[in-house]
Write a protein that binds this ligand. Structure first.
Ligand SMILES: *Cc1c(COP(=O)(O)O)cnc(C)c1O
Length: 387
């Protein structure tokens, strides 16, 4: 694999796309909050005509994000789902798509209620490469869509193993890398063709933007995605692009802090008598801990655990917390907690949900960067008020 980046990720997050403003020297590049650009004579312009097509702030963000995923190109979008939609539009009509059976609820909804007009979808457990190979033979997909770790069960797919198999059968691979962020995992270097991110989560990290991105190395495919983005219109706004450029500067220190707190909390929960079991890729008890160690440089900030009891206990526990806000989403600096069966994964039919293992006593935490002792005390008092 050729090494694209001479500098470390923390340096690139600060400097690529963040070069000072050439006209004034302002260390923070301005937001080009404009819809259009004045032309000197018809067709005579500085490379910018209309913001859906080009915007300097968005261009800076795309340069930064491409660099973080070791990619040649990046297309940013108005949401993570818009990024997914662009890839679906880029496939020839009637393509066969093989998708992980435990992907983000919104992805599942898009594939089964919108894009199924255009393509044929089949679902498989991508953590089981034998099943994947069987499905590749049977369905001959053009594209394999994988998410690792999955949400909320944090199941891990061997990215290199999956990509090697997909290549053998002529399929491209997309990895949704939202949960790990480019700081802990780089699927393109493991053989993936596309990486997708919800910028809403760790990359922006401050819970104040909804955005998405696609990173890739194929020039022709980039041109196609860019053309689609300009034609369909789900582009990232200048202000959102600027906020993400600002948020991503601290990605490295945030991810370290998320992980440090998550490791402590997961270990503490595992010893708690009111907890049935804990799922965190950094724990030895995680069934794919070894693969996690091989392909990730850290274990992230997401923890899933099963509380003793059922809906009644889950509700009481979730209501009793102070620093863990009860909310959907993840990856922000503040701790969030949620109940997937009622909240994020409610759109998945009950039978499917139970088959995957999303039960009423399952709780998902997005561990923030608060002082860990305060978080542990908060969890302790919530357990005390529940049992
Ligand atoms: C949130 C999320 C998405 C969708 O992103 P939006 O920005 O909410 O549109 C896709 N994949 C994963 C893993 C996510 O967590």
């Amino acid at each position: 694999m050729k090494k694209k980046n001479k500098f470390g990720l923390a340096t690139r997050a600060l400097h690529v796309g963040n070069e000072p403003d050439p006209t004034t020297g302002a260390i923070i590049p301005p937001i080009f909050q404009t819809s259009t650009y004045v032309q000197a004579a018809p067709g005579e312009h500085k490379g910018f005509e209309y913001t859906r097509t080009h915007n300097p702030t968005r261009r800076r963000l795309e340069a930064c994000l491409a660099s973080l995923e070791n990619a040649d190109f990046c297309v940013t979008t108005s949401s993570g789902m818009a990024a997914t939609m662009l890839i679906m539009q880029a496939l020839p009509a009637n393509s066969s798509v093989l998708c992980g059976d435990d992907v983000y609820g919104g992805t599942f909804r898009l594939f089964t209620t919108v894009s199924n007009d255009r393509h044929k979808f089949n679902f498989v457990d991508t953590t089981d490469l034998k099943k994947v190979e069987k499905a590749l033979k049977e369905f001959k997909p053009k594209l394999v869509w994988a998410e690792t770790p999955t949400n909320p069960l944090l199941k891990i797919t061997d990215i290199k193993g999956l990509c090697d198999l997909a290549k053998k059968y002529g399929a491209m691979v997309v990895v949704d890398n939202t949960f790990m962020s480019p700081y802990f995992q780089n699927p393109l270097t493991l053989g993936a063709d596309f990486v997708v991110h919800s910028l809403t989560k760790y990359i922006n990290g401050h819970s104040d933007v909804v955005g998405g991105a696609i990173m890739l190395n194929d020039k022709k495919m980039h041109e196609k995605l860019y053309k689609l983005q300009n034609s369909i219109g789900p582009c990232a706004s200048p202000f959102d692009s600027w906020l993400v450029l600002r948020g991503v500067k601290t990605l490295a220190v945030r991810m370290e802090a998320h992980q440090k707190n998550a490791m402590k909390i997961a270990t503490w929960l595992e010893k708690n008598a009111n907890v049935e079991s804990v799922v965190y890729p950094g724990l030895k008890s995680h069934p794919q801990h070894k693969i996690a160690q091989k392909q990730m440089s850290g274990f992230g900030g997401m923890i899933t655990f099963f509380i003793k009891g059922g809906l009644k206990e889950s509700r009481q526990f979730l209501k009793s917390l102070t620093f863990f806000s009860l909310a959907e989403s993840l990856g922000g600096v503040e701790s969030l907690i949620e109940h997937p069966a009622i909240m994020t994964h409610a759109s998945i039919p009950l039978a499917n949900r139970l088959k995957i293992g999303i039960t009423d006593n399952l709780i998902r935490i997005s561990v923030g960067i608060e002082d860990c002792d305060d978080l542990l005390q908060d969890l302790e008092q919530a357990f005390e008020s529940t049992y």
